[in-house]
Design a protein around this ligand. Structure first.
Ligand SMILES: C[S@@+](CC[C@H](N)C(=O)[O-])C[C@H]1O[C@@H](n2cnc3c(N)ncnc32)[C@H](O)[C@@H]1O
Length: 202
């Protein structure tokens, strides 16, 4: 099985035809999350994929309590193999029934962020890794509409977006929902710029 090593963590990737292969977006979110997370925090990762970001956090931070969700069953199995506690579900569904303590200090999501037409969809579960709907923000918008219900007071959200996703539209939505918004990491990768957007509830 293919494995990668990143920031002291070894992550088994499983079959990359079935599970999203960690890339620059995953690395940028993992590094930003490592800076924001602190010992003792309760952390939720939505859409953990192979479990890459969660595994990096678990291997580098003491005393965190981390749970993840993932819609793709192949990815959920891969993340479990990497030692991540993962619930196979759509976004936040199933969290309440599984865990009575469903409020988190930090919630992370590297969503499918590419604008995608019907013809651009890829077959099978892997489509969930890429397909952001026509706007590129369909899954992210659903996430943002719900995320405050799962945050502790003064909790924060980190989302990975691309310049193609539209920073202004994401900022506007988050601000309307009551978040204070900052871009805390950026990286240019060929035709796009990747960004980690932080939303804080004050
Ligand atoms: C861009 S990939 C990122 C994977 C991993 N977090 C990383 O950074 O390498 C997006 C992940 O979100 C998952 N996903 C997409 N929509 C989802 C949903 N509604 N609920 C849960 N997971 C979802 C996909 O299956 C995919 O694994």
């Amino acid at each position: 099985m293919v494995e990668i090593e990143y920031r002291k963590a070894r992550i088994k990737l499983g079959n990359i035809d079935l599970v999203y292969e960690p890339a620059e977006d995953s690395f940028l979110l993992a590094d930003a999350a490592l800076k924001e997370a602190k010992a003792g925090m309760r952390i939720l990762e939505i859409g953990t994929g192979s479990g890459f970001v969660s595994t990096v956090l678990l291997e580098n931070l003491k005393d965190i309590r981390l749970v993840a969700t993932e819609i793709n069953p192949n990815a959920a199995t891969c993340a479990k193999t990497n030692g991540v506690e993962v619930i196979r579900t759509d976004l936040f569904k199933g969290l309440k029934s599984r865990d009575p303590e469903t409020h988190f200090d930090l919630i992370l999501f590297n969503p499918p962020y590419l604008p995608t037409s019907e013809e651009e969809k890829v077959p099978g579960w892997l489509n969930y890794a890429f397909d952001g709907g026509i706007s590129g923000r369909e899954t992210l918008d659903r996430f943002l509409d719900e995320v405050k219900d799962y945050l502790k007071p003064r909790g924060e959200v980190l989302v990975l977006i691309s310049s193609i996703t539209g920073l202004e539209a994401v900022k506007e939505k988050m601000e309307k929902l009551g978040f204070t918004v900052d871009v805390i990491a950026r990286k240019k990768v060929s035709f796009e710029e990747l960004m980690v957007v932080r939303g804080k509830i004050l």
